[in-house]
Design a protein around this ligand. Structure first.
Ligand SMILES: Cc1cc2nc3c(=O)[nH]c(=O)nc-3n(C[C@H](O)[C@H](O)[C@H](O)COP(=O)(O)OP(=O)(O)OC[C@H]3O[C@@H](n4cnc5c(N)ncnc54)[C@H](O)[C@@H]3O)c2cc1C
Ligand code: FES
Length: 277
């Protein structure tokens, strides 16, 4: 059992989860993830490691409430325990001195991109952060990201910010303004990562995305997370989750993520009915 140290609502549908996990905190690196089971009868779901504290022995993840398991997680309190919290899983993100790197994040990816942006900055890169939110009340961790960024932009769909745009349009505008962008890293929903990859293709700017197919064991045993990269089958949990966005078979990924759509809806309806009659 692993103990919850903190569960906090960051914005209406996004929560922070801090768990006591000293062994994971000792060795985790940016880009890796954990697998958590919210209760004994729940499923195993992957969450990216958004921060960690080696001294305290804790791991922080940021999750978006989308279905049964994330709903269950959103009800946990400090002192509660989860039966499964394993990691660090997956390959760490490649961190080198590339020059100027743009880090794009949306929804839970705002948290997930943070340790990567921090590591890229520490490696001597000029870091540009581009954060995508639907509206200003969904923005979180702005100060944390500003601290590790040389430039910070927001793309949003409301008029609070001076950039009423979708992330890929803002990304294209930044590429045009900046003399040279050497690398783009994007994390968020599948569509955000696909759109960012499309936006950088014609400029041939290497674009790394953290893929989020359905996962079960997270150790390369079950095959659930199969993705096609440059025509070859890969398992996102052990070969990724980072891949070159220009080589991903996006159509297949979109389709495989919908495999259990009906069951997921039924599961959430049943759970809501049983818990909030
Ligand atoms: C490597 C990796 C890292 C991730 N990091 C984060 C993160 O930091 N924060 C976050 O909010 N989300 C993250 N996700 C997505 C997260 O795992 C899913 O949103 C979660 O599993 C949904 O579970 P649910 O029961 O709440 O929703 P459901 O209703 O079961 O599913 C909603 C949608 O989530 C996807 N999904 C469902 N089950 C899984 C599963 N076992 N594995 C992966 N996707 C699934 C499906 O596309 C589905 O349609 C990550 C996924 C991967 C693969
Ligand atoms: S989650 Fe089972 S092989 Fe990747």
């Amino acid at each position: 059992m692993s103990q919850i140290l903190r569960r906090e609502r960051l914005v209406p549908n996004i929560h922070l989860l801090e768990v006591q996990a000293p062994e994971i905190a000792k060795k985790c690196q940016p880009g890796q993830f954990v697998i958590v089971m919210p209760d004994e009868r729940g499923e195993r779901i992957p969450l990216t490691i958004a921060d960690w504290d080696k001294k305290k022995g804790s791991i922080v993840s940021v999750f978006m409430v989308v279905g049964t398991s994330t709903h269950k997680l959103s009800l946990l309190k400090a002192g509660d325990e989860v039966p499964v919290f394993v990691g660090p899983l997956g390959k760490a993100s490649e961190i080198k001195k590339y020059g100027t790197v743009l880090c794009g994040g949306g929804c839970f990816g705002i948290g997930a991109i943070f340790p990567i942006a921090r590591a890229l900055k520490e490696a001597g890169n000029r870091v540009i952060s581009l954060i995508d939110v639907k509206a200003n009340y969904l923005l979180y961790w702005e100060n944390k990201l500003r601290e590790v960024s040389d430039k910070y932009f927001i793309s949003a769909r409301d008029s609070t910010y001076n950039c009423k745009d979708y992330i890929h349009k803002k990304l294209r505008a930044i590429i045009k303004e900046e003399k040279k962008i050497d690398r783009v890293v994007a994390i968020g929903c599948t569509y955000l990562m696909y759109a960012c990859s499309e936006a950088t293709k014609s400029q041939k700017i290497k674009t790394v995305v953290s893929l989020n197919p359905i996962m079960v064991d997270g150790t390369g045993m079950c095959g659930a997370c199969r993705v096609t990269i440059d025509g070859k089958a890969k398992f996102a949990c052990v070969d990724g989750p980072d891949f070159d966005g220009h080589k991903v078979d996006w159509e297949e990924l979109f389709s495989r993520r919908k495999s259990y759509f009906e069951d997921e809806i039924q599961s959430l309806c049943r759970w809501e009915r049983d818990n909030f009659p």
